[in-house]
Design a binder for this molecule. Structure first.
Ligand code: ATP
Ligand code: MG
Length: 487
């Protein structure tokens, strides 16, 4: 029940009620104007001592209420907030602490721990995942000097699917107000879904006012009929709940969930690429996360169940070497495109069962890697063609995720995808930029970029992702507490 209100959409407008409750609660009991909705909800979430510095609470209610829309100053001093993000990947867990504000994202600390508690982006061992979270959290805290209590968590796995939706309302006053935008977004979030699925993120795509299309900021316009197109990213409820469990058992409260494909796109894509059409592909260990953007909006999201682990497993089988040695060979000697390997290069392959190591041509390694990577790109190409957006991708493909680090990936991608491919690293990083020059950190960094979107003056409020309020209130909170005591 709690999850339904947390992630699902309420036909009764319950979420709207929750939001308003939260805002009134936070801003010293004064009802906040509806114009402050998007940012105020987030600041309310931040208001419960999300992070402490040197053991002292810094995300206090007072601090939270000092923000206003777009991070503008109400008390004349603050235009920033500190956020922590959690990326539960198939091969590693990352906790990142950053300051977000009008100046962008400044990373303060990062912790990373390897794990085998997930398969294809989905938790399969809570104990192992928690162990890795605690280590990553500890390292991030040490580096930044902040203690983490709350996180924005990424959700990955092949259960993540994007759907496009449409909603329509008629305005009462003839002029479109913020309340109308909220109503139409709610209408455009109503989508028939199986009971075991939830909406993770809701992104406005465009508005139509009296059938005039392509409107990004309808507030203040004259019009009777307001329509909204949205992109809804949905996921399996149990998989999301398991991320929540891992976080809570690590002493972390999740203030918001963001789908991993969206986070990595926000980390690496340039606004002009999103405008002319681009596909972001995050090739991780267990999954390939794909998003397609045109005219600045997200139009397609999906996750394929293929990543670097299948390449490692192919090498292990093909060269008859243990998985750990195959992984090391792939990282140190692997090249995605055979013609980039100089003739005469050799590799030493550790054998199993006490047999002597083998010396092979490096081409033997590439002959295993290249067909598998080409096959993964083939799946991606098929997915792009299936969407019908293939001709709209003037910006080509931006490849990120740990597996993007293999030499030759962009060159092979150019041919296999029939689109120009570039490697995407976290962009505009302030603070610890050298540590962030790693495509495997795109999701953790992108979650912080997501948190900073309300501060970005270039994005009108009506185009911001609709905040999903995860904090249960009133009877829901009571029921949750009872459940926590009983179970
Ligand atoms: N230099 C390299 N060459 C080839 N592959 C690499 C290199 N460095 C890392 N990888 C691969 O990147 C993968 C890890 O990437 P990443 O950290 O993005 O995945 P993840 O977030 O843990 O998993 P997922 O996103 O699929 O859930 C591993 O399979 C690893 O072998
Ligand atoms: Mg990942």
């Amino acid at each position: 029940m709690w999850l339904q209100s947390t992630f699902g959409l309420s036909a009764t407008g319950r979420e709207d009620e929750l939001s308003k409750e939260g805002i009134e609660d936070c801003v010293s009991g004064k009802p906040a104007s509806r114009e402050n909705l998007y940012s105020a909800v987030r600041q309310c979430q931040q208001g419960n001592c999300a992070i402490q510095r040197a053991g002292k609470p810094c995300g206090s209610r007072k601090t939270a209420s000092s923000f206003s829309k777009k991070g503008g100053v109400m008390n004349g001093s603050r235009k920033k907030e500190i956020v922590a993000t959690l990326d539960l990947g198939t091969s590693k867990v990352v906790v990142l602490i950053a300051e977000v504000g009008e100046d962008g994202v400044s990373v303060l600390g990062i912790g990373r721990a390897e794990t085998d508690g997930l398969r294809r982006g989905v938790v399969i061992s809570i104990g192992k995942a928690v162990e890795a979270i605690l280590k990553a959290k500890h390292d991030a805290e040490q580096m930044s000097g902040y203690l983490v209590r709350e996180v924005i968590a990424g959700v990955g796995g092949t259960h993540i699917v994007g759907v496009n939706n449409h909603g329509m309302i008629t305005t009462k006053m003839g002029e479109i107000r913020v309340a109308d935008v909220e109503r139409v977004l709610e209408a455009a979030s109503m989508v028939p879904m199986q009971m075991d699925r939830s909406i993770v993120n809701c992104l406005p795509v465009q508005y139509l006012v009296d059938e005039h299309e392509g409107i990004r900021d309808p507030v203040g316009m004259s019009g009777v009929r307001l329509e909204a197109y949205t992109h809804l990213i949905t996921g399996a409820r149990t998989a999301i709940e398991n991320v929540l469990k891992c976080a809570e058992r690590s002493g972390l409260r999740v203030v918001e969930f963001v789908a991993n494909p969206l986070a990595s796109a926000l980390a690496v894509l340039e606004p002009n690429e999103m405008e002319i059409g681009v596909c972001c592909l995050d090739l991780g260990a267990g999954t390939a996360d794909l998003t397609i953007w045109t005219q600045g909006s997200l139009l397609h999201t999906c996750v394929l169940g293929a990543g670097g682990q299948v390449i490692t497993s192919d090498i292990s089988t093909g060269l008859r070497t243990p998985l750990a040695c195959a992984e090391e060979l792939k990282i140190k000697q692997g090249v995605a495109l055979g013609r980039l390997v100089p003739d005469g290069d050799t590799i030493e392959v550790p054998a199993v069962g006490g047999r002597p190591n083998k010396k092979l041509s490096r081409h033997a390694l590439t002959e295993i890697i290249e067909p598998r990577v080409a096959e993964i790109f083939g799946l991606v190409r098929r997915e792009i063609l299936k969407t019908g957006y293939g001709d709209l991708l003037a910006g080509g493909v931006v490849l990120t995720g740990g597996s993007a680090q293999m030499p030759g990936m962009a060159e092979l991608g150019d041919v296999a995808l029939n689109l120009p491919v570039r490697i995407g690293l976290p962009k505009n990083v302030k603070g610890l930029p050298s540590l962030l020059q790693d495509p495997a950190l795109s999701v953790a960094y992108g979650l912080a970029v997501y948190a900073g979107l309300p501060y970005n003056a270039a994005i009108p409020n009506s185009m911001l992702p609709v905040r999903r309020l995860n904090k249960p209130k009133g009877i829901l909170q009571f029921l949750r507490r009872v459940a926590a005591v009983l179970f």
